[in-house]
Design a protein around this ligand. Structure first.
Ligand code: WTA
Length: 640
């Protein structure tokens, strides 16, 4: 197709640019435009049968008696009475098919020479072995296992092995600090931690085992720590509770029965930031979760047997759970994992990976795209990106400028961009295009078929076109969170009681345009989104206040051209301490130690007072308005 023909894919409608899919995209797509519209209609009229049909594409040990049980809402149950195991669908069934020798995981380590490919059969055997290891250490159905590993195949092996025997995994992103790890391990009362000696990041070796040691000072539930040898650095393994992964694996049998689970049995807990300092343990289950991620991945990323699919997230986040590990494996695809930094050793690394492995689908975050944009379009031009056919983004709103850069320079005006809006809580894509959709840069387009999304005001009344409001989901969906771990009350309060009408409140602010397209604007609560990572302002504040010289702190998110948002903090010092550069540095170091490097602080402002309500709650919106130079709105609740 010539450059001129490509121009015709862009239509200017009013103020907005609309991109049509190329004819070949439409012809090849799993779901045609007619099927898509039909599914949209069906999903609106009868979402229960829409999802039931989706469930029939997977294998179950025993079918359901009822698709959806709403009797104990908002504790919805899906596929009631059914028995299954997500691992049966992700592995067991494939090794009996032609996929047995298909590559399941391509792994690229940060050092260029570190490459591993695991076939479905090899992955199956390793998962069986590790499942036996866990069994031999006394892990039983329902027990929690914490996984604190970098982006290496063992993280997928550990997750799948837990699920296989009915244990519940809780993955803690390897960038989190000892304090954050400890808090999550203790909340989950995990019996085992699976970690590694370290990881490679931006050319450096980072020791993870030290972090685990520090966390372990106060993790009384943990009986054993299993350590994967990744970097080979000398580490102290003298503590009898610490065991080498490879030694345990060598001794384990490669046969293991897959546990028969009820569809509603817990699969994993994944902690996510809340508005209080305490993270929320989002609970997902075997049955509905696998149905949601399978249907969305097959339709949105249009997976085909020949695809090399690369989701450049980390398995430590929901994106990695759903769309690096479980989703692609259930679909029988080849999923690529990259361990390292996107700029290591040079700014061409991502494009080199695309070229080296013939990646066909690339799914990444706006923050990464903006970072790569800074290095210019000459770098991707030097690589053969012709294998790509679809692109995706997730984690925050993508600004149209970054969308256009991605579309033109990476997708070469050939690849549609799937801007997928969803959350840890939703488990799977909620608002997203399909490859055949008309795209508007910056909009996640329309709800996925079967998803009833809307924009409403505080009272639950839909707001008119173009007006901002709360993004809600009005009907349950199979991959929804079931509760917050050991805190069902908070589950009800946070998600179901904020807005009347028994609707799920996402915590995001959005608007709908005249075509019913959704434009996500920001978070409504006190959560900021730094490079796609959700960070509670309260978490940052509590970390800062735990520093000896600090009396009080307030944190707000401020826009950043690369990270989307970064933190700005206001600090009141304790008597006897004066603002200084050293103190500024020390506070930053302290936050890094408490919360890990994902919390990026733009600046610290030392102040004498903070705006508060009469009940003593810090009014962050006042600080934010001042910072942004806008009207702070209603100030009647301000104490002084
Ligand atoms: C934001 C990540 C705009 C949003 C899967 C949401 C997005 C939060 C998008 C969830 C998108 C995610 N456009 N905003 N395509 N995707 N978000 O739980 O604020 O880490 O509520 O899940 O990220 O973040 P989480």
């Amino acid at each position: 197709m010539s450059g001129d023909d490509r121009q015709t894919t862009e239509v200017i409608l009013g103020e907005e640019r609309v991109f049509r899919p190329l004819p070949e995209t439409v012809v090849e797509a799993n779901v045609s435009p007619i099927e898509y519209e039909e599914a949209m209609r069906k999903g609106q009229e009868d979402f229960v049968s829409f999802w039931e049909e989706a469930a029939k594409e997977l294998e179950w040990y025993k079918p359901w008696d009822k698709v959806l049980d709403e009797s104990d809402a908002p504790f919805y149950k899906w596929f009631v009475g059914a028995q299954c195991n997500i691992v049966h669908n992700a592995l067991d069934r494939h090794v009996k098919s032609f996929r047995k020798n298909k590559v399941a995981i391509i792994w690229q380590g940060e050092p260029l020479k570190d490459i591993k490919k695991l076939t479905y059969y090899e992955l199956y055997r390793r998962v069986n072995k590790f499942a036996n290891v866990l069994n031999s250490l006394g892990v039983k159905k329902g027990d929690r296992v914490a996984i604190y590993l970098p982006n290496i195949p063992e993280i997928a092996i550990a997750m799948l092995a837990c699920a296989k025997i009915g244990a519940v995994h809780t993955v803690v992103y390897a960038g989190f600090s000892a304090a954050a790890l400890r808090e999550r391990v203790n909340d989950a009362k995990a019996k085992i931690i699976v970690t590694s000696d370290g990881l490679y990041r931006n050319g450096k070796i980072i020791n993870l085992k030290n972090v685990v040691d520090e966390a372990m000072l106060e993790c009384s539930s943990v009986e054993n720590v299993i350590v994967v040898k990744r970097t080979g650095e000398e580490i102290d393994m003298s503590d009898g509770r610490y065991l080498w992964f490879h030694e345990l694996m060598d001794a384990a049998s490669d046969e293991c029965e897959t546990e028969v689970m009820d569809a509603e049995d817990m699969l994993f807990i994944l902690y996510t930031s809340g508005t209080t300092g305490k993270p929320k343990g989002v609970v997902h289950v075997h049955g509905g979760y696998m149905v949601g991620i399978h249907r969305t991945l097959k339709w949105v990323f249009d997976l085909k047997e020949t695809d090399i699919y690369w989701c450049a997230a980390d398995p430590g986040w929901i994106t990695g759970h759903s769309y690096i590990v479980y989703g692609p494996l259930i679909a029988g695809a080849t999923t690529l994992m990259y361990e390292g930094h996107p700029l290591y050793p040079k700014a061409n690394r991502m494009w080199k990976i695309v070229e080296d492995f013939g990646v066909t689908i690339l799914y990444t975050a706006p923050t990464t795209i903006r970072m790569l944009m800074r290095y210019g379009s000459a770098i991707p031009k030097k690589h053969n990106l012709s294998s790509l056919r679809l692109l995706g983004t997730v984690g925050e709103p993508i600004n149209p400028e970054a969308w256009m850069w991605y579309y033109q320079n990476i997708g070469q005006e050939r690849c549609p961009i799937m801007d997928t809006w969803w959350q840890t809580e939703t488990g799977a894509f909620m608002i997203t295009p399909l490859p055949v959709s008309l795209l508007k840069p910056g909009s996640a387009t329309r709800p996925f078929p079967g998803i009833h999304a809307d924009v409403v005001d505080q009272k639950g009344t839909p707001v008119s076109e173009g007006k901002g409001g709360f993004l809600v989901i009005k009907k349950p969906w199979p991959s929804m969170l079931r509760t917050l771990y050991r805190d069902p009350e908070r589950y009800k309060q946070v998600y179901w009681e904020k807005i009347p009408g028994n609707v799920y409140c996402s915590g995001d602010v959005a608007r709908k345009d005249e075509d019913g397209y959704f434009w996500i604007q920001s978070r409504a609560d006190d959560v900021i989104n730094i490079a796609g990572h959700r960070i509670g302002t309260a978490e940052v504040e509590s970390a800062i206040v735990s520093y000896k010289a600090v009396a009080e702190a307030a944190c707000i998110g401020v826009p950043d051209p690369i990270k989307g948002e970064v933190a700005k903090v206001f600090v009141i010092l304790k008597e006897g301490h004066e603002p200084s550069e050293e103190l500024d540095k020390a506070i930053r170091q302290h936050v890094r130690k408490e919360l890990g490097p994902i919390v990026i602080i733009k600046s610290i402002e030392f102040v004498d007072s903070l705006p508060k309500t009469r009940s003593g709650k810090i009014m962050r919106r006042v600080l934010k308005a001042k910072e942004m130079g806008v009207d702070p709105g209603d100030l009647t609740t301000l104490a002084d």
